[in-house]
Design a protein around this ligand. Structure first.
Ligand code: NDP
Length: 379
């Protein structure tokens, strides 16, 4: 029988965290939960802690330390709070760290997990977009494994399992196109927050759902793929595939293509990372070879989705550009979700930040990346 794995889930109360824990729930003999973390949802975290009985829980926002401690009093679960505790827990040795915090907040714990030489199932794309130039060499130096659980990257990862780097000619990520694929630009200027939060194929947290609607998500994914698979911009592309049945394709120098098909459920890629290097069985919905095998493809309309165009422009450029793109996008999405700006203003704000150019910080260390990210947000 396969030995059980110890696991820490950073961002346990979110969408990816929940999908991960639903798989852990199916396999109580295969996983021992070491630690769970959240930002402010102390009630959600306490509920998960009572069910999965981790040794530690960490709540990033210290304001929620007291109510969390009170709820878990007498359980023997250690409760910690604050950013330093989050970073420390990421470095505590386990078999697998799941990086499922949203946004740049996920960078510091992921960085610490990498420096500790952990195996990391990585969903948090913002960490690689902003600091891939530091994370990938650090992973090599410290012997950390990065297993992508973003569905498209996981698809490519699976296609490349037995392939030689020199044989790969192209990597293509598929994109559903989000809820506004068939809208005109004029209609897109009127969309509401509620409409933007309705993804046609995937159920995800709010930030990545808005990124999918603007197609910034696909742009961030291309930058993420460049780091994960060590390929330059000319070898990477994205294609619209509204069914989200085929998640990634790899073209080889002999004219062969490998592609990954699967149901649109994050538990497919997450189960792959949880089981890696084996496969983990779970109660997946059967793949429907009747209706599901409608495979339509189209190029991305960059004029209609300027966020995608901006991300592509940044790819392969100076490392600082990707940090500016990511920070400006996070701020703009937050403003849109608060109702302060319109949907189409998101791209405008990112473009303005990129045009502002030099922020006077060279992102050649972890601290410099954090400083640059902060500077962009303050401006
Ligand atoms: P959610 O918004 O659903 O969850 C985010 C998690 O991060 C929550 O546990 C949240 O805690 C925690 N968190 C938020 N802010 C902080 C902070 N400042 N410090 C510490 N923890 C924080 O996000 P998703 O699960 O949708 O996405 C997570 C990541 O995975 C993103 O980078 C996303 O792009 C990527 N991803 C997600 C997919 C999906 O299907 N959802 C698919 C592919 C990639 P709390 O609940 O307390 O706020």
């Amino acid at each position: 029988m396969t030995a059980s794995k110890s696991i820490t889930i950073l961002g346990a109360t979110g969408s990816v965290g929940g999908s991960t824990l639903s798989l852990v729930r199916e396999h109580p003999d295969r996983f021992v939960v070491h630690a769970l973390t959240a930002n402010s949802d102390y009630e959600g975290l306490a509920k998960l802690a009572l069910e999965f009985k981790p040794a530690h829980v960490v709540i990033a926002d210290e304001a929620f330390y007291s109510p969390l401690s009170e709820t878990l009093a007498g359980t023997g679960i250690e409760v910690c709070a604050g950013a330093p505790a989050l970073i420390e827990i990421a470095a505590q040795k386990v078999d697998l760290v799941v990086g499922a915090i949203v946004g740049i907040a996920g960078l510091a714990p992921v960085w610490n997990a990498v420096e500790a030489g952990q195996t990391i199932a990585l969903a948090n794309k913002e960490a690689l977009v902003s600091a891939g130039h530091l994370i990938m060499p650090a992973a090599q130096k410290h012997g950390a494994n990065i297993l992508p659980i973003d569905s498209e990257h996981n698809a490519i990862f699976q296609c490349l399992r037995h392939e030689r780097q020199d044989d790969i000619e192209r990597i293509i990520l598929t994109a559903s196109g989000g809820p506004f694929l068939r809208m005109t630009p004029a209609e897109m200027r009127q969309v509401t927050i509620e409409q933007a939060l309705q993804h046609p194929n995937w159920s995800m947290g709010p930030k990545v759902t808005i990124d999918s609607a603007t197609m910034m998500n696909k742009g961030l994914e291309l930058i993420e793929a460049a780091w994960l698979f060590d390929k330059g911009a000319t070898k990477l592309d994205a294609i619209i595939h509204p069914q989200s049945t085929l998640h990634g394709l790899v073209g080889f120098k002999d004219g062969s293509w490998l592609a990954h098909l699967g149901i649109a459920d994050m538990r497919v890629p997450i189960s792959y990372a949880l089981g890696w290097p084996e496969r983990l069985s779970w109660k997946a919905q059967p793949f429907d070879f009747g209706s599901a095998l409608q495979l339509d493809f189209a190029p991305v309309n960059e004029a209609k989705f300027p966020c995608f165009r901006l991300a592509k422009q940044v790819m392969g450029g100076a490392d600082e550009q990707a940090i500016i793109l990511n920070a400006a996008n996070e701020e703009a999405v937050e403003r849109f979700l608060k109702g302060d700006i319109g949907f189409c203003d998101i791209a405008g704000q990112v473009e303005a930040a990129l045009a502002a150019g030099d922020f006077g910080i060279v992102a050649d260390s972890f601290d410099a990346v954090v400083a640059l990210d902060r500077e962009i947000r303050q401006r």
